[in-house]
Write a protein of this length. Structure first.
Length: 201
């Protein structure tokens, strides 16, 4: 089985991808993000790049990466450092390093701080800059076969964001899930798992 890294969004919930992973024939490694969502902070974890280092530590062999929302940005930053180790990439409802404001996306950060008042990372001085970086030029150089999963009812990362990423990734496929919101991997787990299984085949 291929080692597959499952990266959640800013809720930092390691179980976010569990229902999907259980339907796939993979060796699943689930991440959470210290200092985000309800996760306790850890010494030395103060930025997005620190979270990227957590992922890089698991890329010790060829892997697949499956990432949602903020996890997509973390995934892209990791891939840019170890592109030769990535077999397949799946991105769901994420900015993945492209500006979403001009594509109709809403800013999730204020709501996240209200929902998780003890989350420390969104309050760090570099957080806004870290999560607003434009990696469009670098994404266009990534040769990893990429599956893009979007919901047509997600206000945070609307379909236009998926379409922008589809135009940037040289080897990508965009699937739009009817009725899908930002949590589509949980609400449409069987459908999402089917798309991923086809992509991994």
């Amino acid at each position: 089985m291929t080692k597959t890294l499952f990266l959640p969004g800013a809720t930092a919930d390691a179980s976010y991808w569990s229902d999907v992973a259980d339907l796939l024939d993979v060796e699943a490694i689930h991440f959470s993000w210290p200092g985000l969502g309800g996760e306790a902070p850890e010494e030395g974890i103060e930025s997005i790049d620190d979270l990227v280092r957590l992922v890089l530590a698991e890329i010790d062999q060829p892997v697949n990466i499956v990432a949602q929302s903020l996890g997509g940005l973390i995934a892209i930053k990791a891939i840019l450092q170890k592109p030769e180790h990535i077999n397949r990439l799946v991105l769901a409802v994420t900015s993945a390093g492209v500006p979403v404001g001009d594509l109709g996306g809403t800013d999730w950060r204020p709501n996240h701080i209200r929902r998780f008042p003890n989350a420390l990372l969104p309050r760090s001085p570099d957080w806004m800059e870290d999560t607003s970086v434009d990696l469009s030029e670098q994404i266009a150089l990534i040769q990893v076969p990429t599956l893009l999963l979007w919901g047509n009812e997600d206000p945070i990362s609307p379909v236009a964001v998926g379409e922008r990423l589809h135009s940037l990734f040289p080897k990508s496929e965009l699937r739009i899930i009817s009725g899908g919101h930002h949590d589509l991997a949980q609400t449409h787990a069987q459908l999402v798992a089917g798309f991923i299984a086809q992509h991994f085949a």
